[in-house]
Write a protein that binds this ligand. Structure first.
Ligand SMILES: [Zn+2]
Length: 240
């Protein structure tokens, strides 16, 4: 079900609309606003689910020193436990998305329950960062047409799974990603796991060596994402 790539191009909605008048940018890092031409470059997006958590700060340190932006899909109920981490994430140019309030499978929720999951998460993220989440990742990747219609964000899936839920060594996680990566890929990882966070420096080095440019999900699609629509990678038509 989540092998869908890009569905339709009509009625494009810029999901970066919420990034105008960004919060107080404490950091000089302008990566969030920077325009990157992914029609020319070999762009890929690193995404981290299920945080914020105890290892997220270490990950932010790694990303900051490498000057790499990523996209975080946050669990709303955890956001208030790590307010400084969420503010830092936003201020340092990372894209902040929603991953429901408590990691519910959205296909099992009523419309009202789904609304509550999304609204509560939106509220806590906006309170800290000044912005609503700009994208949504359905927990477990579970989604269906009926529920997608109720999601007022683009649904961001993935085409590259790091398998960091089962792999116990950082180098295996790096290999899993490098074996599957292509221009336009969206990489699924979890900042709840120390082994994942420890894999990131080597992963960044290998991606750089292969000529990849790391961008946020918004940058990967140049802001052209439609609400209620699932995406698992950027379009791959050869350019030029
Ligand atoms: Zn998750």
């Amino acid at each position: 079900m989540f092998s869908l790539s890009l569905i339709g191009l009509a009625t494009l909605v810029s999901c970066s609309a919420t990034t105008d008048q960004q919060t107080s940018a404490h950091s000089p890092d302008p990566s969030h606003e920077e325009h990157v031409d992914c029609a020319v470059l070999r762009c890929v997006a690193l995404t981290f689910d299920d945080g914020p958590d105890q290892f997220t700060e270490e990950l932010l340190n790694t990303l900051k020193s490498a000057q790499i932006p990523a996209t975080f899909f946050l669990i709303g109920s955890k956001v208030e436990k790590y307010p400084g981490t969420v503010q830092r994430m936003s201020a340092e140019g990372h894209q902040v998305g929603s991953h429901t309030w408590d990691h519910s499978d959205i296909t099992k929720l009523s419309g009202d329950q789904l609304d509550q999951q999304l609204i509560r998460t939106d509220t806590v993220i906006k309170k800290l960062t000044g912005d609503s989440p700009s994208a949504f990742r359905p927990p477990l990747g579970h989604h269906d047409v009926a529920h997608n219609k109720l999601v007022p964000y683009p649904l961001i899936l993935w085409d590259v799974h790091s398998h960091d839920g089962r792999l116990k060594e950082s180098n295996k996680i790096v290999d899993a990603v490098m074996d599957a990566i292509q221009p336009g890929s969206i990489i699924l990882m979890h900042d709840t796991r120390q082994v994942t966070v420890h894999a990131v420096p080597e992963l960044l080095a290998q991606l750089k060596l292969k000529g990849y440019t790391l961008v946020t999900v918004d940058q990967l699609f140049d802001g052209n994402l439609r609400i209620s629509t699932p995406y698992s990678s950027a379009p791959r038509e050869p350019k030029q």
